[in-house]
Ligand binder design. Structure first.
Ligand SMILES: C[S@@+](CC[C@H](N)C(=O)[O-])C[C@H]1O[C@@H](n2cnc3c(N)ncnc32)[C@H](O)[C@@H]1O
Length: 311
């Protein structure tokens, strides 16, 4: 894909209907020769819209008006480029727990959760949040995660979690203001509800921090999994992580995780983690595929705002 087509795809499939500001910016970048030339100096994995827009937000630059964004980005390119080279998109969205919950609650309890690509670990607390599936409420915690559930009965309870651990190349610490500022900058401009959700989920994590290990999801997974308690069901899971990982490593990861005891929940885009057969997605927007032990179960919107069961 060309850089312009990456931004066009982001505008149409990720930002459209979700963030008018980022849809405007991404569309403008597709026609902006100067910005496309600057982005081309970066390695392909570092040219992503979310990374560019997040860095500009972190630095306090404008993201509402494409002309102001252009001027700011060109004028501050050396510092923006340096930040884009050292940072990665580490968006940590507790809302994704709403699409994991139906699978987690159906497994033998109690659970030992191991998230690869955990970022700050916000998705390791599905038992502490509350959920709203239409009129149906589950749990009484904070934040309340709203999710539109289609073709399924919503979960009736919460999982019992006795162990939680995360593996990440660069674990973030919710008690570190700089890490929290980066997590905040990664949230799209209009999403004040997600910003409030980040603060509430960060408070849950800070009160009872998980085991967060710096490491690679292939090389370091078996050793961390071996630390899980034997009398709980080990669940290795990941959400919007494998797009960071080169294709051959994704294959190796799947082999490693299949070799572990317990279960594997994947929540990834279908071009990143493909399956032999999938039904048509519910719409044109980007959907992840929720899968248990390699069997696809449902389409899920990337921030956990909707799930459509098809299994
Ligand atoms: C977009 S974030 C997703 C965070 C979290 N899973 C969620 O759903 O909110 C992806 C995370 O994967 C991590 N990551 C990327 N490649 C990795 C690897 N090879 N091993 C471990 N973590 C990795 C990144 O550092 C980042 O924190």
């Amino acid at each position: 894909m060309t850089i312009a087509s990456v931004y066009a795809d982001f505008a149409a499939r990720e930002a459209h209907g979700v963030s008018p500001a980022y849809e405007r910016l991404a569309s403008a970048v597709t026609r902006d020769r100067e910005l496309l030339t600057l982005l081309a100096v970066l390695p392909p994995a570092k040219r992503q819209p979310n990374l560019l827009f997040g860095v500009v937000r972190l630095l306090g630059g404008p993201v509402e008006d494409p002309a102001a964004f252009h001027d700011y980005t060109v004028a501050n390119w050396p510092v923006i480029e340096a930040e884009m080279r050292t940072r990665a998109t580490q968006t940590n969205e507790a809302g994704r727990c709403a699409v994991l919950l139906p699978v987690l609650t159906a497994l033998p309890q109690p659970l030992a959760l191991l998230e690869v690509g955990a970022s700050a670990g916000l998705c390791l607390y599905p038992d502490r949040y509350a959920y709203r599936y239409g009129d149906h409420l589950v749990g009484s915690g904070d934040p309340v995660l709203a999710c539109t559930a289609t073709n399924m009965a919503p979960p009736t309870g919460l999982p019992q979690v006795v162990w939680r651990a995360g593996l990440d190349l660069n674990p973030l610490d919710v008690t570190d203001p700089a890490d929290l500022a980066w997590l905040d900058a990664l949230i799209w401009p209009e999403h004040t509800h997600r910003r409030a959700r980040l603060r509430a989920a960060a408070a849950v994590v800070a009160a009872d921090p998980p085991l967060l290990v710096r490491g690679d999801l292939v090389d370091d997974l078996p050793a961390l999994a071996a630390q899980s308690p034997p009398d709980a069901t080990l669940v290795v899971f990941h959400s919007s992580v494998l797009y960071h990982v080169p294709t051959p490593r994704r294959v190796t990861f799947a082999e490693v995780v299949r070799g572990l005891p317990g279960h594997w929940i994947a929540n990834e885009a279908p071009d990143v983690l493909p399956y032999d057969t999938l039904p048509m997605p519910p719409g044109e927007e980007l959907y992840n595929v929720l899968a248990l032990d390699g069997t696809p179960l449902a389409w899920a919107r990337p921030h956990g705002q909707a799930i459509s069961w098809f299994a």
